[in-house]
Design a binder for this molecule. Structure first.
Ligand SMILES: C[S@@+](CC[C@H](N)C(=O)[O-])C[C@H]1O[C@@H](n2cnc3c(N)ncnc32)[C@H](O)[C@@H]1O
Length: 218
């Protein structure tokens, strides 16, 4: 009798079971699982944020965090990380003496994770992770700001930062630089690189500005 090898049996099984219909089901199932992961875990809380402003979660590498902190050396006071993810930048900034250290993050899972990391590090209650849309918070009191966001949103963020930050503020961008600004210092290489910007210098380069009634720069 002509006996099939196990490989042949498996190939035949796959061929029979996974016809065009099967393939379609597997593809649809995978797509649905990826979408569920995207909508339920990575992007919840983003329903009211326009699609072009939605930035997915990607944690900063250890080297990136180190580069960001190196650029903040000599600075003091409060710090805000816009889109704080699992809270690693805020936590490290607090360890380096920045206080209040605040992270704004829309994804509630990441806010919880950040609280957990703070608790594990023994700093629970000393750092703040707020589930807020970074586009809606006032940055008028932030002297130190860190961001690691997609290049597509940086032109709009430049405008918000220029309009709201105090004159002596510094902004440190990780991985992606601001498109129209000139950094005062750069640290690191490749994907871990970070750029520091003095708001005062960007405003000067941007031309004369007027104060609004609220005392902000227009
Ligand atoms: C590339 S991750 C960076 C996370 C963290 N800052 C770090 O360096 O590890 C960008 C984060 O910004 C958050 N985010 C995007 N848009 C936001 C918004 N409008 N308001 C608050 N958080 C936002 C995302 O959920 C994501 O966690």
């Amino acid at each position: 009798m002509d006996q099939d090898t196990p490989e042949e049996v498996l190939a035949e099984f796959k061929e029979r079971r996974l016809g065009a219909w099967g393939l379609l089901q597997v593809t649809a199932g995978t797509g649905l699982a990826v979408y569920a992961m995207w909508a339920g875990v990575l992007m919840p809380g983003f329903r009211r944020v326009p699609l072009k402003l939605q930035v997915p979660y990607l944690p900063a590498s250890r080297t990136q965090v180190r580069n960001v902190m190196a650029l903040l050396k000599g600075r003091s006071g409060g710090i805000a990380d816009l889109g704080s993810g699992d809270g690693r930048i805020v936590l490290e900034a607090y360890r380096k003496g920045f206080s209040p250290a605040v992270g704004y993050e829309l994804n509630p899972w990441l806010v919880r994770l950040a609280h957990f990391h703070a608790w594990r590090a023994g700093h629970y209650g000393k750092v703040s992770y707020l589930q807020k849309d970074l586009w809606k918070v006032s940055l008028a009191d932030c002297r130190n700001v860190t961001v690691f966001l997609a290049p597509s949103v940086l032109p709009l963020l430049q405008k918000k930062l220029l309009a709201e930050l105090p004159e002596d503020a510094i902004v440190v961008a990780g991985r992606f630089p601001f498109p129209d600004w000139t950094p005062c210092k750069i640290e690191g290489e490749g994907v871990d690189r970070a750029w520091a910007y003095h708001i005062h210098a960007q405003r000067q380069a941007d031309g004369p500005r007027e104060l609004t009634e609220a005392g902000h720069v227009s």
